[in-house]
Structures are given as C-alpha cells and as structure tokens.
Design a protein around this ligand. Structure first.
Ligand code: SF4
Length: 453
C-alpha cells in the first residue's frame, strides 16, 4: 500500500485527481525542476549551515531514513535534527527541522517564500499529525521563511535573513479536520478508479498542476476566450478574426534612428550573494542588443557572465559602450529593463549617470503591440512568445534548443554556475543562452518592423 507522503497530501488537497495521477499514472517525462524548487533547496542548504545539527541521510531510501530518525529520537533526540523521516502507518513525512527548545520540540517548516502563505498551514499541520501519531511530541509549529527586508551588507553575514513565524494556533485548529482528510486522501489514491473531477480554479491554485495538458485534452479550449473582456479576443475566438490597426503604431514610426533593441536576462537568489542586494532582487547576468541604422542594417552585441557574475561594472561598461549615444532603446515590457538598469546604477556608482540616461530612453513595445495587434492564435496573451509565431514562424522560440524561455535561461545559468563537468554540455548551454537572448532582440526588431508595415 503506497504511503501518503506530505507532497501527496498537498497534491490531494489541491485536487484528488492530481493525487490519483501522481500515484497511479505519473507523467512519463517529468518537467525540469522549477526555479522555485531550486530556490527552495538552496534555502534549505542555507538553513543547515545556519543551524548546524544532525542530518538524516535520505540517500539510502525512506525506510532507512525512518529507522535512523527513530534511533536518534529514542536516544533522546538532537538539539537540531534536519530531514527527520517519520511514519505512522500509511502516513509519512520528512520534517525540515525538529528543534528541541524551551523544554519542548518545535517543528520548523522551511520555505523560500518571503511570507507565510495559506497553504503552508496544512503543510505543517499534516507533519504535526504524523509526528504526534508516531509518538514524537511536537509542541509548536513554525514557518521559517525569507526576510525580504534583509540586505546583504557584508559577504557571508546573513544575520536577519531567516524569519520564524509561530503558526501553532492555526495548526492546532486545523488538526481534527485534517486527520479525516488524510484518511480520505489515502483511500482515493489507493482506489482503482480515477476520480471524476472537472478542470477549474484548482488547476492553477495554489500551484500549476503538472497534469493540465493531460486533463485539457478533448475539452473545449475557447470558453474563457469567448467571454474575454477584450472584444478583439472574443472576435478572434468566435470568428478567427485578426485585428491590426497601423495607426496605433504612429508613435513607433516617429522614432529616430539609430534604434536600439535591448533585453536582459536576470536571476534572483533566496540567499543573496552580492553585497548590497536583497533576496530575490533580479540581477542581470546577460544582455543582448541589436542596433538598427536608418537604412535597416543591423549590428549585434551581447554579454554573458557566468564565472564573472557579480562584476556589474564590467556588464554595465560593455552595455554603455555598445548602445549608441542617442536614439530610442526598445524593450518589450520595458519596466523590467528599467528595473535592471536602475539596479545597475545603484550597484555601480561610476556608471550611474550613463545608466540612468539609458533608462530614460527606453520605449516599451508591449503597449504599442497591445493597441495595434491581435491574432487569434495568441489566445488572449500579448506575451512576446505568443505574439511572434503569429508574425513569423522562423523566430518562434520552440525552434531553439533547451533554453526557450526566461526560466529555462535561469536554470541553464544556475547549472553553468554550479560547474558542469561535461565540456560539451557546458559549451552547448553557453551557446543556447546566447542564442536565446539574441533571439529576444531579433524578435523585437521584427515586431517593430511588422507594426510599422
Ligand atoms: S489539471 Fe486540474 S483537474 Fe486535472 S488533475 Fe490537475 S488540478 Fe485536477
């Protein structure tokens, strides 16, 4: 009989069909680990260095981890125990931290979020339920999360980064109902029949369900679009009507040459690495720039920092030298590029004036596109990845390799930074990062020309 682990319990609270799929018909090809999971792991590692203690070894499987945890607890427990594996019948959990404090045991669930979220309460409550059922007396439950008001003043000084919030009262209030729910969920996942559940808000809340594609097969895709607030989206869904109003792009035609097209790739860390920055502050590691002359000739420049990440003076200097002294700097969703330039100006006082001037020249192509254009294949989205395949198939992002979107670029960056022993893979990831960012600015050039056509 499979165990109801904490992740299965949380999956079942989101949707019993999701739980049933995860146990009985998991995805054949698992999606790459999300950035949120990678961030969570990095924050867990940080907490282990902050609170040194005994760590239960999970490498030899859950039964061995459970036996090791039992031995430690029966011997009186450790002041701080990481990754305690505990089972009560068919219910099992791995607790991030058990801490003996003020005469009792505390459960501390570590989250890389910057606040306590509603879903953290049942997550911790299920652990308390299993721990108490397995004769581990837990007096308090806390969430340890990232303090987003923290700034790294000095390298290695992380005092104040972790915040502990006591959620014992809400956990205790939830426990009676939760015990019944755990039994119900275990019954659902062990059943032969798949639960019949229609798609709904639960598919994306509190997290995107990994089975969305499977559940959407065969269901009518247009319902949301037929009721969309934008009449152009409704017309596109009902009659496949394309909307294009070149008058809305008049301000674009008025822009002088040379024209620059800029895109940054950025990364934020739960545990900030660069002095002067805060958790999750988006730090540029790459940019791509196309410069278009009046005759249409294009020049390209690019920058990618892996080992030299954090040398923002070098990244800024290269950018300032590559952008012409005048003319508009186009971006798509330009406030993002604006924030990156503002951050660089703050971190590199020597280039503050030049970066601030560059920021003042930003022109956002997103609102112009929104006003001027809609194609039914955009399915209600003006994201650049939705827009560009409706203009040209050549520049569609799915023609790229592994790196096809911003999160893919961030994952590739993290992999490269962690050290890729395989030289061929390293070279390929570098190439793909450069290709991806270059594609972003090629797309901007094509889009601007299209809107003026
Ligand atoms: S896509 Fe929606 S209905 Fe399907 S399993 Fe996931 S949450 Fe349930």
């Amino acid at each position: 009989m499979p165990w109801l682990t904490k992740s299965r319990f949380m999956a079942g609270r989101q949707c019993v069909k999701r739980l049933w799929f995860e146990v009985n018909a998991p995805l054949e090809v698992r999606a790459p680990e999300s950035l949120a999971i990678l961030q969570g792991r990095a924050f867990d590692d940080f907490v282990r260095t902050l609170w040194p203690g005994e760590v239960i070894d999970r490498a030899r499987g859950m039964p061995a981890a459970i036996a090791q945890t039992r031995r430690v607890i029966d011997a009186g427990g450790a002041p701080v125990l990481h990754q305690a594996a505990v089972r009560n019948g068919e219910f099992a959990i791995i607790a991030d931290v058990l801490r003996r404090d003020r005469g009792g045991t505390e459960l501390i669930e570590i989250k890389a979020s910057t606040s306590v979220k509603p879903e953290h309460v049942p997550d911790a409550a299920y652990q308390v339920l299993v721990l108490r059922g397995a004769r581990v007396p837990v007096e308090r439950a806390l969430i340890g999360h990232v303090n987003n008001a923290f700034t790294l003043e000095r390298e290695g000084d992380y005092r104040g980064l972790l915040i502990e919030e006591d959620i014992t009262a809400t956990v205790e209030a939830l426990l009676p109902a939760l015990a019944d729910q755990a039994i119900d969920l275990h019954r659902v996942m062990s059943a032969r029949e798949m639960p019949q559940i229609a798609m709904g808000p639960q598919c994306t809340s509190p997290h995107d369900c990994p089975f969305i594609e499977r559940c959407s097969r065969g269901s009518p895709p247009l319902q949301d679009l037929l009721h969309h607030k934008d009449p152009r989206v409704r017309a596109g869904a009902a009659n496949s009507t394309t909307f294009f109003d070149p008058r809305q792009a008049a301000e674009l035609r008025a822009q002088p040459f040379p024209r620059s097209y800029l895109d940054f790739e950025t990364i934020g860390f739960a545990v900030p690495e660069v002095p002067g920055t805060r958790p999750y502050e988006q730090l540029p590691f790459q940019w791509s720039l196309h410069v278009e002359a009046a005759g249409g000739e294009l020049q390209h420049a690019e920058f990618l920092a892996i080992e030299s990440f954090g040398d923002f003076a070098a990244l800024s200097k290269a950018l300032i030298e590559a952008v012409p002294d005048e003319g508009p700097v186009f971006a798509y969703n330009a406030p993002f590029e604006g924030r990156a330039l503002a951050l660089l100006a703050r971190l590199v006082p020597a280039h503050e004036a030049a970066l601030t001037r560059l920021r003042a020249r930003l022109v956002d192509l997103l609102p112009i596109t929104r006003r001027a254009y809609y194609h039914p294949r955009m399915s209600g989205s003006w994201s650049i990845k939705a827009v560009i395949p409706t203009i040209t198939a050549e520049l569609a992002y799915d023609t790229l390799g592994e790196v096809q979107e911003g999160e893919g670029a961030q994952r590739a960056f993290l992999e490269l930074r962690s050290g890729v022993p395989d030289a061929a893979r390293r070279a390929r990831l570098m190439r793909e990062l450069l290709d991806y960012c270059r594609r972003d600015t090629e797309v901007l050039v094509t889009l601007a020309r299209f809107l003026q056509s």
